[in-house]
Design a protein around this ligand. Structure first.
Ligand code: ADP
Ligand code: ZN
Length: 522
């Protein structure tokens, strides 16, 4: 063992109280401690912090940690203080006097680690301070924030390339838990880390069981899932809107599940109180928008549920990754339906983003839909997205109960024809009524009961048609035109299917499991 690694291990044991390094930590610590640059990809909970904290202690000078998570700095500093590491932060929440005091400690080397927000670092004052001080290393946390295509883009991150220019001899370590191949390349390029050693850990979270079910009555399915599989456990339920967060929390409470709400529209003190309660208590469910979770370290979260479709696999992975951080079995459960696909596509269409960015968002959504619709192992699909190949896991719904697929070419052709026959001017509900031969007033008014497609799909239920339509939209054969009453439109990709050259394999619609509890009569 080298001197560096002996002293690193010694610090791990005596300061942090852990017997051994985990995964690639030892290699990373050795590399950075001896002055190398590094790019570290490690899933949430993998132990990224020690990868820069220990080298900062091993090396002379102050370790500078750049983090966008101002709200967490105090906690991080407190945790370090508890084990006797001299840490502080510089950000906009502190007084001028306090900042000056910390700056003096940095300048005189009386501190081991200092956390700064990127916008703070970029100030003349801060850069001058670091020029005048002995710097052990720069750690760039949440490095994916540099990616313009990512969901956490921070413009100030782009400017972090000055570190390389102004401090060429100080090692830099960039860390992130979410980076597909493209984002990884962008981090390397923008932060000028071409010569950095890359450490890529496995993103697999084997103790998490992935399940994605067809949404019928989402809330009720959620309740059945929680009471059936996780009675008494703590968990997080993600919803898209604040309103739905409130309603779902209320619904769970009415049905005997202790639940709280969390979203950005809530009063700050109430939100903070709910978060503190969630961290402290057992048998508690947090219903939240994605505003909740950055840096939440509650090891015994047994389940993470999604009542709405996440925008990307990165988001899904990050949110579900909050389950089972203690390594014990945990669940990632999601209910997903036609409305989710329609809504997410619409949000992209209606966003202010430019065309290129919309295309990236569309690709990310497609990957997410692919994960939902896959007929093979969810984990294989998920890991593949992060560039990791693996074998079927045996711990996801598709491995445990393989979905039945069928040649859906004929029903898809019927559906596409119906969209075409109603001149691509009607929404999902109407098209399905035409297929099923329902004689509504609207159908009569438009004489759609005299179309050749009227009633050709009477053999399938409305739910089945919705499931088929959902997959057809996910496959990109049909789009929903939100400018025109959500009417369905054929895409160019529909032609080869309609003309009969191309087959379509579909997932069999599975009826939601029947409720055990008697439902109250309406
Ligand atoms: P990340 O930043 O990658 O999400 P953290 O650095 O917060 O992960 O570490 C996650 C948890 O794992 C923390 O509670 C940390 O104390 C613990 N941990 C990290 N490294 C080790 C180790 N070598 N041995 C034991 N526990 C560790
Ligand atoms: Zn699997």
């Amino acid at each position: 063992m080298s001197d560096t690694s002996t002293s690193a291990l010694h610090l791990l044991q005596t300061v942090f109280g852990y017997p051994a390094f985990r995964g690639q930590q030892a290699e990373i610590v050795e590399h950075v401690s001896t002055g190398g640059d590094a790019l570290v990809l490690m899933p949430t909970g993998g132990g990224k912090s020690l990868c820069y904290q220990i080298p900062a202690l091993v090396r002379d000078g102050v370790g500078v940690v750049i983090s966008p998570l101002i709200a967490l700095m105090q906690d991080q500093v407190d945790a370090l203080a508890e084990v006797g590491v001299r840490a502080a932060f510089l950000n906009s929440t502190q007084s001028y006097e306090e900042a000056s005091r910390i700056e003096r400690l940095v300048r005189t080397g009386q501190i081991d680690l200092v956390y700064v927000a990127p916008e703070r670092l970029m100030t003349e004052r801060c850069l001058n301070l670091f020029q005048d001080s002995k710097i052990a290393l720069f750690a760039i946390d949440e490095a994916h924030c540099v990616s313009q295509w990512g969901h956490d883009f921070r413009p100030e991150y782009i400017k972090l390339s000055v570190l390389h220019e102004q401090f060429p001899n100080v090692p830099r370590i960039a860390l992130t838990a979410t980076a597909d191949q493209q984002t990884r390349a962008e981090i390397v390029h923008r932060l000028q880390l071409e010569d950095a050693m890359q450490f890529v850990s496995s993103f697999d979270r084997p103790n998490i069981r992935y399940q994605i079910v067809e949404k019928a009555n989402g809330r009720k399915q959620l309740l059945d899932f929680i009471t059936g599989e996780h009675g008494g456990d703590s968990g997080i339920v993600y919803c898209l809107s604040r309103k739905k967060v409130e309603e779902t929390a209320e619904f769970l409470n009415e049905n005997g599940v202790r639940a709280m709400a969390y979203h950005a529209g809530m009063e700050h003190t109430k939100r903070a109180a709910n978060q503190a309660r969630f961290l402290r208590e057992e048998n508690i469910v947090m219903v939240a928008t994605i505003a909740f979770g950055m840096g939440i370290d509650k090891p015994d979260v047994r389940f993470v549920c999604h009542l709405d479709l996440p925008k990307s696999i990165e988001g899904y992975y990050q949110e579900t990754g909050r389950a089972g951080r203690d390594g014990q079995p945990a669940s990632a459960w999601m209910a997903y339906g036609l409305q989710d696909v329609v809504l997410q596509r619409r949000m992209i269409d209606e966003s202010e983003a430019d065309e290129t960015f919309k295309r990236v968002l569309g690709m990310k959504l497609d990957a997410m839909l692919g994960l939902c619709e896959t007929l093979s192992c969810r984990r294989v699909r998920l890991l593949d997205y992060f560039g990791e190949s693996s074998a079927p896991c045996g711990n996801c719904d598709t491995c445990l109960i393989p979905p039945v697929s069928f040649d859906g070419t004929v029903p898809v052709q019927k559906l596409l024809s119906a969209v075409y026959r109603v001149d691509q001017r009607f929404a999902a509900g109407h098209v399905i009524e035409v297929l099923r031969g329902v004689e509504t007033d609207r159908i009569k008014t438009w004489h759609h009961d005299s179309l050749s497609v009227f009633g050709i799909g009477a053999d399938r239920s409305e739910q089945e048609w919705r499931a088929i339509l959902r997959q057809v939209i996910a496959l990109g054969l049909v789009t929903v035109d939100h400018e025109q009453y959500s009417s369905l439109k054929l895409t160019d990709a529909a032609r080869p299917v309609l003309k009969g050259g191309q087959k379509v394999q579909l997932r069999q619609y599975q009826k939601p499991v029947k409720q055990k509890r008697p439902t109250t009569a309406a």
